[in-house]
Design a protein around this ligand. Structure first.
Ligand SMILES: Nc1nc2c(ncn2[C@@H]2O[C@H](COP(=O)(O)OP(=O)(O)OP(=O)(O)O)[C@@H](O)[C@H]2O)c(=O)[nH]1
Ligand SMILES: Nc1nc2c(ncn2[C@@H]2O[C@H](COP(=O)(O)OP(=O)(O)OP(=O)(O)O)[C@@H](O)[C@H]2O)c(=O)[nH]1
Ligand SMILES: [Mg+2]
Ligand SMILES: [Mg+2]
Lengths: 316, 278
C-alpha cells in the first residue's frame, strides 16, 4: 500500500554495493516523503525515520557487504515491531482473540468517529464469533442516528440467518428510545445496562455494544462513553478507524485512547486503494494493537490483523 | 499560530508542517511553499500575517465565488446527484441541502437510490418525515437505476423544483459499482435531458490522500460538478481539496459542520485558511 515510494528507494538501494552516509540520509528523505504521501502522520514519519537512521548508524550499514539490503531489512524490522510483531520470531504468535469468560458475557464496546464502520463491524464480529461456535448479542446503543437501531437489527438478522456456524446472533434494542440529535445523550448508558441484563438472562457468550459515532472533541458525548465504560465495565474497547483517514488519525485516536483506554483498533475499508498510513499513526500514538481489518461491506469481510503481513504489504 | 511572528526559514518550515498536517499533501504543499519562499526572498512577505493573506488570496483565486454556487436548471426539476465513498455523510448532507432549499421556498423531492445497505432507505425516509418532503423508494436489493428512473418521473409529474438523489456508498476501486453510478447518471439524463444539473461528490474532511483518487475516479464515472466537504466540525481540516482543485478543477460548494439539517455552510476559502492556521 505505502509501497510505491518505497519501491523507488529500495530499487536504488538494493542495487548498490556501497552506500555513503549521504546515501542513507537521501534514502531516508525519500522514505519520509513516501510515508507522508501514504497518510502517515507528520511526526510519526519523522520519528520512524529518525529510528531507522540510528539503526543504520548503529549497524554500520555503510560498511556492510550488501548495504542496500541491510537498509531494507532495518525498515522491515522496524515496521513489524511498530505493528506489534516480533521481527526475530520464527513464527508470529497467534493474535489474541475475544476474551472467554465464565460466567459471561464478554462485553465489547465499539467506538469511533462518525461513519467509520462500527455498526457494520459489529455484524462482522458476530459472524466471526458465530463461526467459532460462540453466541453473540448485538446491542443498539446509537439512539441518535436515524434508523441506527433498525440498521443494527437488520445486520444481526443477516449474521444470524446468512452466516455459517451453529450459535445464535441475538439483538437488543429499544426502538422507542431513539431521539433527535442531542435529545438522547445519556440514554445509551441505560440501554447498555439493560442489554447486559438481557445477555446474562439468555446466557449469551459475547455482548457487543454499538455506539453512536462521535467527535473526540465533543465532551458531552465522550462523557457518555466514559459512563458506559464505568457502569458496564466492558472487557474490550475497540476503536473503529477508517483506513483512509489522513493526518487527523493521530488526533482522534489519541483522544479516544486517553479518555477510554482503548485496548484494540479495527481498521475498516481496507479494501479501498488507500495507502493505509493511518495504521502506522494510530499504532504509534496509542500503542493499542490493531486487532482486525475490514475488507468489504459484506458481513464476512473481516480479517485478523497480522503485523508481519502488514509490514510486507507496505514494503511491496 | 502565525500572528505577531516574524517570517523566517524556521517559520516557513512550521507553515509547511501545518499544511501537510492539514492533508494538503506533499505535492500541493510544495507548490504553496515555493510561492511563499519566492515572495519571502523577494521581500514582499515579512510577517506571519502576510502568509495568511497570501494563502487567502491564492485560495480565493482557486475557488472564485461564481464557481461555488449550486447549478440550478432554468426548467423544473433541477436534479442533484449525491455520490461518494462509504460513510462520508451523503445521506445526512441531503437532509442539510433539503432544509436549505425548502427554506428558500423550493419544493423538494428525495430519491432513495441506496437499495443495498441495511437501513439506508429508512434513514432517508426519517429525514423526509422530519423535513416534510416525499421520498421515492423502490425494492430493497433492487436496481438503483430503476429507482432513479421512478424518482425522475415523479419529480416531473409532481412538478417539484428540486430532486435530490441519494446513492449507496461505493469505493472508486469497485468497477461494477462505478459502472452502476454511470448507469444511474445516464438514466437520469434520459428522463430529464441535461440532468443531473449538479453532481456532488461528498468527501469526509478526515480522509487523507485517497480523497484525491476518489475525486479523479468519481469525476471520470459521473462528472462531478462540486464537492460537499463534511465533518469540518472535527479537528480535520480537509486540505486535500487544494490538491483536488489542482488536479481536477472541481470546486468545493458546501461544508458540513455537524449532524443536524442546520449544519451546512457555503464554502468560504478565507475561513478555510483561518481554520488551518488557528
Ligand atoms: N468497502 C467497505 N465498506 C465498509 C467497510 N466497513 C463499513 N463499510 C461501509 O461504510 C459505511 C458506514 O458504515 P457504518 O457501519 O454505518 O458506520 P458507523 O461507524 O456505524 O457510522 P455511524 O454510526 O454513523 O458513526 C457503510 O456504507 C458500510 O457498508 C469495509 O470494511 N469496507
Ligand atoms: N460531525 C459530523 N458528522 C457528520 C457530518 N455529516 C455526516 N455526519 C455523520 O456521519 C455519519 C455517516 O453519515 P451518512 O449520511 O450515513 O453517510 P453516508 O455517506 O450516507 O453513508 P453510506 O450511505 O453508508 O455510504 C452519520 O453519523 C452522520 O451523522 C458532519 O458534517 N459533521
Ligand atoms: Mg453506526
Ligand atoms: Mg447513505
Amino acid at each position: 500500500r505505502v509501497s510505491d515510494g518505497f519501491n523507488n528507494v529500495f530499487r536504488k538501494l538494493s542495487g548498490s554495493d556501497a552506500i555513503s552516509e549521504s546515501n542513507v540520509r537521501e534514502a531516508m528523505d525519500e522514505v519520509r516523503t513516501a510515508l507522508l504521501e501514504a497518510d502517515v502522520h507528520y511526526e510519526v514519519a519523522e520519528e520512524f525515520c529518525k529510528n531507522i537512521m540510528s539503526d543504520a548508524a548503529g549497524q554500520q550499514v555503510t560498511k556492510a557487504v550488501k548495504p542496500g539490503q541491510e537498509m531494507i531489512s532495518i525498515v522491515h524490522r522496524r515496521l513489524i515491531e511498530l505493528f506489534g510483531g516480533d521481527p526475530d520470531a520464527e513464527q508470529q504468535p497467534t493474535p489474541a482473540g475475544i476474551m472467554k469468560l465464565a460466567p459471561g458475557p464478554t462485553i465489547i464496546m465499539m467506538c469511533g468517529l462518525q461513519g467509520s464502520g462500527k455498526t457494520t463491524t459489529c455484524g462482522k464480529l458476530a459472524g466471526m464469533l458465530k463461526k467459532q461456535g460462540r453466541s453473540v448479542m448485538l446491542c443498539a446503543a446509537d439512539l441518535q442516528r436515524p434508523a441506527a437501531v433498525e440498521q443494527l437489527e437488520t445486520v444481526a438478522n443477516q449474521a444470524n440467518d446468512d452466516l455459517p456456524g451453529g450459535s445464535q446472533v441475538h439483538f437488543y434494542g429499544e426502538h422507542d428510545k431513539s431521539a433527535e440529535y442531542g435529545k438522547a445523550v445519556g440514554v445509551a448508558v441505560k440501554v447498555c445496562q439493560n442489554a447486559v441484563k438481557a445477555a446474562k438472562k439468555q446466557g449469551v457468550d459475547v455482548l457487543i455494544l454499538d455506539t453512536a459515532g462521535r467527535l473526540h472533541v465533543n465532551d458531552e458525548l465522550m462523557g457518555e462513553l466514559k459512563s458506559v465504560r464505568s457502569l458496564v465495565n466492558p472487557h474490550h474497547i475497540f476503536l473503529v478507524v477508517d483506513a483512509m483517514t489522513g493526518q487527523d488519525a493521530v488526533n482522534s485516536a489519541k483522544s479516544f485512547h486517553e479518555k477510554l483506554e482503548v485496548d484494540g483498533v479495527i481498521l475498516t475499508k481496507f479494501d479501498s486503494d488507500t495507502r493505509g498510513g493511518a495504521a502506522l499513526s494510530v499504532k504509534a500514538v496509542t500503542g493499542a494493537p490493531i486487532r482486525y481489518i475490514g475488507v468489504g461491506e459484506h458481513l464476512d469481510a473481516i480479517e485478523v490483523f497480522h503485523p508481519e503481513r502488514m509490514a510486507g504489504r507496505i514494503l511491496g | 499560530m502565525l500572528s505577531g511572528k516574524q517570517l523566517n526559514d524556521d517559520l516557513i518550515k512550521e507553515i509547511e508542517k501545518r499544511l501537510i498536517q492539514s492533508d494538503v499533501g506533499v505535492a500541493a504543499t510544495k507548490i504553496l511553499i515555493d510561492g511563499i519562499n519566492a515572495d519571502y526572498k523577494a521581500g514582499t512577505l515579512t510577517k506571519g500575517e502576510d502568509v495568511i493573506e497570501y494563502l487567502k488570496t491564492e485560495l480565493k483565486a482557486m475557488w472564485p465565488a461564481q464557481d461555488r454556487t449550486l447549478n440550478l436548471s432554468d426548467t423544473k426539476p433541477t436534479v442533484i446527484l449525491m455520490t461518494g465513498v462509504n460513510g462520508v455523510g451523503k445521506t445526512t448532507s441531503i437532509s442539510k441541502l433539503c432544509q436549505q432549499l425548502t427554506s428558500e421556498g423550493n419544493t423538494v423531492l428525495l430519491g432513495a437510490c441506496d437499495t443495498f445497505r441495511a437501513g439506508a432507505v429508512r434513514q432517508l425516509e426519517i429525514w423526509g418525515e422530519r423535513l416534510g418532503v416525499e421520498v421515492v423508494k423502490g425494492q430493497q436489493g433492487g436496481d438503483p437505476a430503476a429507482v432513479a428512473f421512478d424518482a425522475c418521473s415523479a419529480a416531473k409529474s409532481r412538478d417539484v423544483d428540486i430532486l435530490i438523489i441519494d446513492t449507496a456508498g461505493r469505493l472508486q476501486t469497485q468497477t461494477g459499482l462505478m459502472d452502476q453510478l454511470s448507469k444511474i447518471r445516464r438514466v437520469i439524463d434520459k428522463q430529464i435531458p441535461g440532468a443531473p444539473h449538479e453532481t456532488l461528490l461528498v468527501l469526509d474532511a478526515t480522509s487523507g490522500q485517497n480523497a484525491l483518487r476518489q475525486a479523479e475516479e468519481f469525476n471520470a464515472a459521473a462528472g462531478v460538478t462540486g464537492i460537499f466537504l463534511t465533518k469540518l466540525d472535527g479537528t480535520a481540516r480537509g486540505g486535500i481539496v487544494v490538491a483536488i482543485k489542482e488536479a481536477t478543477d472541481i470546486p468545493v460548494k458546501y461544508i458540513g459542520v455537524g449532524e443536524t439539517p442546520d449544519d451546512v455552510e457555503p464554502f468560504d476559502p478565507e475561513r478555510f485558511v483561518e481554520a488551518m492556521f488557528a
